[in-house]
Design a protein around this ligand. Structure first.
Ligand code: UTP
Length: 409
């Protein structure tokens, strides 16, 4: 994009402030700024002007039935056989969602590279790959792994994997792709400058992974490999079990389009999204959308009615993902603290929220899937989220759970 093109475009969009420091920049800076402006996804303006009602109000929300641990234990051999066969036949691939910024953890570099070890280096990536290699050993076949990064951490993530020999995986079974970026704006809708030569762009949430994968040409790779199922998982659970044959087998046996690993909520207030039925269809309702009455509602046996907390580990039927890929998924407007340079060129680190970011969420892919199997897993064996440095869902709590699972830190 040339300066003239950028100027005309920004005039039309009412975002002329982005060129405020153009004349002060050297040639490299000017080129960077124009390239950054060229990357802006302008659909945010529409979203801001016409926010969708994402509250789910007015919909009929009901509890959903799930598969509990005793049934899974009883049918373990049956499920495992189906799952192992699917993996052996190359029908299962995996996508690691690692494009987030991990602002709550506040560490430099990709979250997966975070060293959770105490007496030895032990990254989150390494913890997760150890589990995947166990599956590979049992099935005698690799599960192709696609890793979603963002512009902010792509180079560092690739370098970390290379440096660590792809954690024992063949390089040919690992592919990286970048997610898209969305602008960060003030409450007045004006895009911030992160630096004098860069508009504030941030990863656009974890819901766009399939379209980003397609854009990177990787859905063709899935087709070439004959993959039928894709296991999507978050980077921030150190006990994450990927391509778990029992889960794969149970989902296939249930004849549904999607399997979701869930834990039973520990208390009504736990901050996890819950699987439910919305107007008769499976959906995930975020913890802040559950009314206290719903959160505390109980069944005759005393268990919570809205019981199943999602842990961001889903198995999707690829055919169904393709079918819905043309549809738009909701864009959430989220209030955030946005670091920027002000009109005098001074760096500002806000103490309070000062604007909006725009995100699509993986949870919103559940509804269009139309059928889902909530598959219970044992929390102490499979769920150790690392969101914060200390306290709940933190490095500290994850370390305790890793040790309980026999991992030397
Ligand atoms: P979170 O919602 O916890 O976001 O991500 P985050 O960016 O990692 O952390 P905070 O909120 O800034 O502290 C859940 C999962 O989704 C991925 C994350 O990498 C993590 O695996 N994610 C999130 C993406 O891949 N892209 C995004 O844009 C956001």
């Amino acid at each position: 994009m040339t300066y003239e093109q950028a100027k005309a475009l920004l005039k039309e969009k009412g975002q002329g402030q982005l060129l405020r420091f153009y004349d002060d920049l050297d040639e490299g800076g000017k080129a960077r700024l124009l390239a950054g402006i060229g990357k802006i996804d302008w659909s945010f303006a529409d979203v801001l002007a016409h926010p969708e009602d994402l509250s789910g109000r007015g919909s009929r929300v009901e509890p959903i039935a799930g598969m509990r641990l005793p049934e899974i234990e009883r049918r373990r051999t049956e499920f495992e056989e189906i799952g192992v066969r699917a993996i052996r036949e190359g029908k299962v691939a995996a996508v690691l969602l690692a494009g987030g910024q991990g602002t709550r953890l506040g560490a430099d570099g990709p979250k997966g590279a975070y060293n959770i070890g105490l007496t030895r280096p032990l990254s989150i990536f390494a913890c997760q790959m150890k589990n995947l290699l166990e599956v590979v050993g049992r099935c005698g076949a690799y599960v192709p792994l696609y890793i979603m990064t963002s512009e902010k951490n792509d180079a560092q993530t690739r370098a970390f994997w290379k440096e660590h020999g792809y954690f024992g995986y063949p390089e040919s079974e690992v592919a990286f792709f970048e997610q898209e970026m969305a602008p960060a704006v003030g409450f007045d809708g004006k895009i911030y400058l992160e630096e004098k030569d860069a508009p504030a762009l941030s990863p656009n949430g974890n819901g766009g992974w399939f379209s980003s994968m397609s854009r990177a040409g990787l859905t063709a790779d899935l087709r070439r490999r004959g993959a039928e199922w894709i296991n999507v998982y978050a980077v921030d659970n150190v006990l994450q079990r990927i391509a778990d044959p029992v889960f794969v087998g149970a989902t296939i046996a249930a004849g549904v389009n999607c399997g979701a690993k869930v834990v039973c909520k520990s208390c009504p207030e736990e901050k996890v999204g819950v699987l439910c039925l919305e107007n008769g269809r499976p959906a995930i309702i975020e913890y802040y959308e559950l009314t206290p009455e719903m959160a505390g509602q109980r069944e005759a046996d005393g268990s919570l009615s809205y019981l199943y907390g999602v842990i961001l580990n889903y198995l999707f039927r690829i055919e169904k993902l393709k079918e819905i890929s043309g549809r738009r998924i909701p864009v959430h407007i989220v209030k955030k603290k946005i670091g920027h340079v002000d009109e005098r060129g001074q760096a500002v680190k806000p103490e309070r929220e000062n604007g909006f970011k725009f995100e699509t969420l993986a949870v919103d892919l559940i509804k269009p899937m139309e059928s889902v199997l909530p598959f219970e897993v044992a929390r102490e064996r499979e769920f150790a989220p690392v969101k914060n440095r200390t306290g709940t869902d933190s490095v500290d709590s994850a370390r305790v759970l890793l040790e309980k699972n026999g991992i030397v830190l």
